[in-house]
Design a binder for this molecule. Sequence first.
Ligand code: HEM
Ligand code: HEM
Length: 342
Amino acid sequence: MRHILTALLASAALAGVAQADPLRDSALEIFKPLPSTIPAVKDNPVTPEKIELGKALFFDPRISASGVFSCYSCHNLTTGGDDNMETSVGHGWQKGPRNSPTVLNAVLNEAQFWDGRAEDLKAQAKGPVQAGVEMANTPAVVEATLNSMPAYVNLFQVAFPGEENAANFDNMAKAIEAFEATLVTPAPFDAWLNGDDAALSDDAKAGLQLFVDKGCSSCHSGVNVGGHGYYPFGLIEKPGSEILPPGDKGRFAVTETADDEYVFRAAPLRNIALTAPYFHSGKVWDLAVAVEIMAESQLGEALKPEETAQIVAFLDSLTGTVPVITLPNLPPETATTPRPTA
Ligand code: HEM
Ligand code: HEM
């Protein structure tokens, strides 16, 4: 009997059937693999027509006042969905106050921005278009721009059938949200959670174990390994003012509650290896250093170099595959299209 059992187990292993794995079982209680279809979003059915329109808008610099900045300027989909700068540069070459987070998998965050001040992506998308340091435009000018191009009006009518004046600011935001919902990036960690034993290296598995045992996963959990929940940056020990500039009080600006000073959303960690520099201040360029700072500031723990390296190996396994995106052909301007302002 024992022989038969051994033979059965061996053939199961040969056939690649996932073996019972306590690490995977505990990981599945904390994290979730990415969905295999485009996630649904609230009050905005995602259709192919909306995705197509949203893609055009995402790449179109003409929704900024200067005609220079598109969403893509600060969320470059070929470099991790961000801009790889300390803090973003926007309208009039101004340096903004915060680092640009990735748009990849952002649809799965519980709230948007470092301080969670936007409930979802359609609320979020209206922000940068109007922000003085980003695109510095107004809803009225954006609507005039879109309505001046018959090809855009047509795309809006197809994406929002039956609506009068479909080319409006709200629908712009909904279409962008639909496009962003497609930006999910399955990674080796998902393959491993789904049962592929070989998808993670031994170092990555050891790093995952440390990530859980040390307590990182008490804040960075769920499908985006973060992206929900708010915590003081410096829960145990405040980082220096170089990394945590005193002027940015995080969630305090949203809730005006003293307890929320220097509180930020636990950052989502998918594709983190691609999105240096780190933290809302963008002051740290090395992922290993960011991990050490987290261990000290959030957990009061000094990691050994090999522990840091293993946690980084785990974080590397969160680097996913960006969906193939063909560049849109943007509608041509007409005589009535508002011209760029300085
Ligand atoms: C944050 C999308 C334009 C810089 C975000 C987030 C999303 C997003 C989804 C939140 C991600 C998260 O919280 O994890 C867009 C879209 C844009 C756009 C759809 C076009 C309509 C821009 C531009 C810039 C920029 C042009 C740079 C000039 C930033 C920065 C943040 C951010 C700095 C973080 C701001 C904060 O937390 O206060 N963007 N973005 N974005 N984006 Fe954009
Ligand atoms: C940010 C990793 C523990 C809350 C980050 C970032 C990394 C990271 C790499 C930077 C994200 C980015 O720049 O996009 C880790 C690791 C941990 C750990 C490896 C364990 C050693 C924790 C814990 C908490 C927490 C326990 C909550 C008490 C946060 C918050 C941010 C963040 C609030 C955003 C900080 C900011 O405003 O810039 N984490 N983390 N982390 N983490 Fe952790």
